[in-house]
Write a protein that binds this ligand. Structure first.
Ligand code: 13P
Length: 251
């Protein structure tokens, strides 16, 4: 039925180098590579070198980057450095936006710099609970997309993946229902077509994804994968989500 799924795990600020290596090795034993299945984990910076290239079927992404190539920016990591260590990079995660005050302008700069360095970005967007309750979900998501993608050349659009992560669903155990997620994914797909007609861009859902809700979420027409937080820290849970994607690919 379905041709491709991207199953991604954002580890946030969890796992030492040894734990990261052990996880990637153990996860690789749990599933077979299949056409159309892509698996990525986003470890903390400290674990990138130790996990990148460790298992061919598990790609490694970075959780963040700065938008300058080099310079006096103490504590920051540039896309030039990440090129050797990561296959892709998260941009604009809501925790970066909320806790570290990243603006839409920062997100736009990061996205363009990631593309310049051939680091495919995974752009995160999503509304807060008050915005959802006020009926502002779609305008908010549209605004985030438009601002993030400003000045991105059409030819680069397909290198981008979008992750829809409603903030009220992150780490709360309260996922968007499959219908709620599908509605926003469909809208994101339409908005992306307006911005870059004809482009094919994957749209992941993130926010309290678990083995139990992943099959139904992944079955939605406009959901091309998931970005998993908490459940990506446990091999059994993350591999159960991968198995659900494989079930749908083989259906
Ligand atoms: P949870 O799956 O823990 O809700 O986190 C989602 C997330 O933020 C992934 O980037």
């Amino acid at each position: 039925m379905r041709k491709e799924y991207l199953i991604a795990g954002n580890w946030k600020m969890f796992k030492t180098i040894a734990e990261s290596r052990e996880f990637v090795r153990a996860l690789a034993k749990e599933f077979s590579a299949a056409p159309g299945l892509e698996v990525v984990v986003f470890p903390p910076y400290t674990s990138l070198a130790a996990t990148h290239g460790l298992e061919a079927k598990i790609k490694i992404g970075a959780q963040n980057m700065f938008f300058e190539e080099k310079g006096a920016f103490t504590g920051e990591i540039s896309p030039l450095m990440l090129q050797e260590l990561a296959d892709c990079v998260l941009v604009g995660h809501s925790e970066r936006r909320e806790i570290f005050a990243e603006s839409d302008e920062d997100v736009n700069k990061k996205l363009k710099t990631a593309l310049k360095f051939n680091l495919p970005p995974v752009l995160c967007v999503g509304e807060t609970l008050p915005e959802r309750e006020a009926g502002k979900t779609l305008p908010k998501v549209r605004q985030q997309l438009e601002m993030a993608l400003q000045g991105v050349a059409g030819a680069n659009m397909e290198k981008i993946t979008v992750a829809y992560e409603p903030i009220w669903a992150i780490g709360t155990g309260r996922n968007a229902t499959p219908a709620q997620a599908q509605e926003v994914h469909h809208f994101i797909g339409q908005t992306l077509q307006e911005i870059a007609p004809g482009s094919r861009i994957k749209i992941l859902y993130g926010g309290s994804v678990k083995p139990e809700n992943s099959l139904e979420l992944l079955s939605q027409e406009d959901i091309s994968g998931v970005l998993v937080g908490g459940a990506s820290l446990k091999v059994d849970q993350f591999s159960a989500i991968i198995q659900n994607a494989l079930k749908l690919l083989n259906a």
